[in-house]
Write a protein that binds this ligand. Structure first.
Ligand SMILES: C[S@@+](CC[C@H](N)C(=O)[O-])C[C@H]1O[C@@H](n2cnc3c(N)ncnc32)[C@H](O)[C@@H]1O
Length: 352
């Protein structure tokens, strides 16, 4: 008896495609770094045209692009030797809202090599990046201005690609002052300030990161309402605001570290202040779930983790914040809304 042909891949073939992911990642990196998608923005080009000035070998790039054509990134026509953008290709352009080119650069230039050490991490609990770099990832990054620029660029891409929906979902009616904890170059807070003309605020991040903020804030015309302050959120954060935002921050840290950051926010925040966390919530958010992939990123690179609804409730509760609600957004991130609860040392009565 013969088995009828089927178009569905066998489990072994599906597994081989998963296992080969590291090769696809590197192939995507080569094209991202060479700016191939940008060269195709105006229309199809031949492989020799695409390699001009890149130093890439046409006969090898042709094979690489053919592989990525099978993944929907490029189109490749054997007869004309023509290459075009596939359904996913525009995301590797530099100048489009859905661009994740900087993520391609960051993941392959800083994350890829450490991930070879994941076996060790699962045994000793030390993030593979920390073992590879000899120091915590953010300490290592601080020594490399070019790396900081790539990292901030990648965060900006991720912001547009996966967090824009969450920013749009933030309800800031009645909020007068907002501090964006770990706000990087101010991209998010500038956007919020443009949308909410009543809003004043502070973007707070490590000094060498927030150094990029004043220029960006000027460019968005909000420099008179938004200040840029450098510091360490394990030591102290700007005080007195009625709303604190931590977008994609606490997932970088383990529960003890995240509780310390929340402790600094609690000390600084006005009584009854709101706290908005833009984070993934495992098992929630719009599919396909990106949280499980990010959870691996946290394991390999930092001491962080993605969290479930229950994890968020207990983390916030332990730091004297009340979890009010978790709002799903149009994208993979959620808005975790909380309120600062009073502590006896506040010296004033209950505020909520
Ligand atoms: C994953 S990024 C998120 C950036 C931004 N909120 C966003 O959503 O794109 C984490 C940020 O935390 C900042 N950060 C790390 N350690 C810090 C510290 N000790 N104090 C202040 N900021 C810190 C990093 O510089 C980085 O900008």
């Amino acid at each position: 008896m013969t088995t009828p042909p089927t178009t569905a891949p066998t489990p072994a073939v599906s597994m081989l495609r998963l296992l080969g992911g590291f090769q696809i990642s590197q192939a995507l990196y080569v094209t991202a770094r060479a700016g191939i998608a940008d060269r195709l923005a105006a229309g199809p080009r031949t492989v020799p045209e695409l390699t001009e000035g890149t130093g890439l070998r046409p006969e090898l790039l042709r094979r690489l692009l053919r592989t990525l054509a099978a993944e929907g990134v490029f189109g490749y026509d054997e007869t004309s030797d023509g290459v075009s953008l596939g359904a996913l290709g525009h995301t590797l352009r530099t100048d489009v809202p859905e661009s994740v080119r900087n993520v391609a650069l960051m993941w392959m230039e800083t994350h890829y090599r450490p991930f070879a050490g994941l076996w060790g991490t699962l045994h000793d609990g030390i993030p593979a990046a920390e073992a590879e770099l000899g120091m915590p990832f953010f300490d290592w990054l601080a020594k490399d201005p070019a790396g900081v620029a790539t990292f901030s660029g990648a965060m900006g891409d991720l912001m547009r690609a996966v967090r824009a929906d969450a920013l749009a979902a933030l309800e800031l009616d009645g909020v007068r002052t907002l501090v964006d904890i770990g706000g990087a170059d101010g991209t998010a807070l500038a956007e919020l300030a443009v949308r909410n003309p009543q809003l004043r605020g502070t973007v707070f991040d490590l000094p060498h990161v927030v150094a990029a903020a004043p220029g960006l804030l000027r460019g968005r015309g909000v420099e008179d309402r938004i200040a840029a302050v450098g510091g360490d959120f394990f030591t102290a954060v700007p005080s007195g605001a009625d709303c604190y935002l931590a977008c994609f921050i606490l997932h970088d840290w383990n529960d003890e570290q995240a509780a310390r950051i929340l402790g600094r926010i609690h000390e600084a925040a006005a009584p009854g202040a709101r706290l908005f966390l833009v984070e993934t919530v495992l098992g929630e958010g719009t599919p396909p779930e990106i949280a499980t992939l990010l959870d691996l990123t946290m394991m390999g690179m930092l001491h962080g983790r993605e969290r479930t609804r229950g994890d968020w409730r207990s983390l916030l509760g332990g730091a004297d914040f009340r979890l009010d609600r978790i709002r799903e957004t149009g994208g993979p991130m959620c808005v975790v809304e909380a309120t600062r609860l009073p502590r006896p040392e506040d010296g004033h009565g209950p505020t909520t």
